[in-house]
Write a protein that binds this ligand. Structure first.
Ligand SMILES: C[S@@+](CC[C@H](N)C(=O)[O-])C[C@H]1O[C@@H](n2cnc3c(N)ncnc32)[C@H](O)[C@@H]1O
Length: 385
């Protein structure tokens, strides 16, 4: 067997063994640990083959795994690759063609419906074709540059010859996926790694000095840092059900130079949760809800193959329960920022409808934040007041 055939054989073995119960990158890590004779170059090629395979979603399931692996590389790559050159030179010569022309060569249509099986569940504002086809492209990495440090950051990127794009808001920088940002930009307080769409949710916050805000599903604090950067004088409470993630938040806040905040572990679905909050009320609540994460599946394309439709409704029930429990803590006239990184209507517009039907809150602004087309995640964010 040639080296390239060996790669396809290893990738086939991985796909046969992978059942989706843990993220693919963890599974790959464990697989390579068990096969220490594979060098870093081998690991890179095999991982890429496997990722391209999952980028195809439901496309052409009738093909064998090995055929799909090679077709995945053909459809997802845009410049010549040594693997295709060795195994399918006639495709490698056509690697720069647009996807429709590649589909004609493959003699199989490549459409959004064939890639993404849950298009009928999408939020209506999402362009289903563009979203489905975006899976063939690896998303980019984004940073949010803080405190006017853009010149310094760009200088370091230029010195390291890293290609970048500064987006129109002048704070977001897009980088190639896999850029070793931490090694390049060692001054941690200058930037945050944050997807472009996630950064865009901040346009809904409008915080004023001395207001009280609560980031109730804070995780490691991406939205909270965004809020504090907009208005350092907000009084901030952060909470999450996971203690460990709040420990990450504390480290991240320290690196970002954020000191004044209160953090607590809270399960927002617990029956006794409301009484633990006492009489406090907030001018703003950020509810960045636990969700399917379907807007980020471009980064974890294996999810398209393993996610079950019924799970959408389960997330919706959880979101309703959390919304119901946090809304009473909003001051009259305050803002609830409801956010998901989901593309599904049930978790997005239907949840807003539920909130409007069960409270005095009404949607003021926001909606789908489309990330497809710019190599970013797709999110949903609205401000209700
Ligand atoms: C989408 S993430 C939040 C991301 C975060 N806001 C950021 O910008 O990095 C949702 C968070 O909700 C938390 N969560 C899930 N169920 C919860 C519950 N019952 N009570 C409180 N938090 C919960 C999860 O632990 C997770 O960290």
């Amino acid at each position: 067997m040639t080296r390239w055939e060996n790669y396809v054989a290893s990738a086939t073995k991985i796909i046969g063994a992978y059942q989706g119960s843990l993220p693919l990158h963890h599974f790959l890590k464990a697989f390579f640990k068990e096969h220490p004779y594979m060098g870093s170059r081998d690991r890179r090629w095999i991982s890429q083959l496997v990722y391209h395979y999952y980028r195809l979603g439901d496309w052409a399931r009738e093909l064998s795994t090995a055929e799909r692996l090679i077709a995945g590389t053909f459809l997802c790559e845009h410049t010549s690759t040594d693997l295709l050159k060795a195994l399918k030179p006639e495709w490698d010569e056509q690697i720069a063609l647009p996807v429709e022309e590649k589909a004609a060569l493959l003699k199989l249509p490549v459409t959004a419906t064939r890639i993404f099986p849950l298009l009928d569940e999408l939020s209506p504002a999402i362009d289903a074709d563009a979203f489905g086809l975006s899976f063939l492209q690896q998303p980019r990495l984004f940073i949010r540059v803080r405190n006017g440090r853009m010149d310094k950051v760009l200088k370091l990127l230029q010195e390291a010859a890293v290609p970048y794009e500064v987006l129109a808001n002048s704070a977001t920088v897009a980088l190639p996926n896999g850029t070793k940002v931490e090694t390049l930009l060692t001054e941690k307080s200058w930037y945050e790694i944050q997807d472009a769409s996630s950064q865009q949710t901040g346009a809904l916050f409008h915080p004023a000095p001395n207001q009280r805000w609560w980031d109730c599903c804070a995780a490691s604090g991406g939205k909270s840092i965004l809020l504090k950067d907009q208005q350092p004088n907000v009084q901030l409470l952060v909470s999450d059900v996971r203690r460990s993630i709040l420990e990450n938040l504390q480290q991240r806040f320290a690196a970002a130079g954020i000191k004044n905040y209160e953090a607590r572990v809270a399960d927002l679905t617990a029956d006794r949760f409301p009484e633990t909050m006492g009489q406090q009320r907030f001018d703003g609540i950020i509810l960045d809800a636990p969700c399917s994460g379907s807007g980020t599946w471009g980064r974890t394309p294996e999810s398209v193959s393993f996610f079950k439709r019924e799970e959408i409704t389960k997330y919706q029930q959880l979101q309703k329960r959390i919304a119901h429990n946090v809304i009473p803590f909003l001051k009259k006239g305050g803002s609830l920022i409801y956010i998901t990184c989901s593309v599904f209507r049930q978790e997005n517009e239907d949840l807003v409808k539920y909130i409007e039907e069960n409270s005095e809150l009404r949607q003021q602004e926001g909606g789908v934040i489309a990330g497809y087309g710019k190599g970013a995640d797709t999110m949903f964010a609205v401000r209700l007041s």
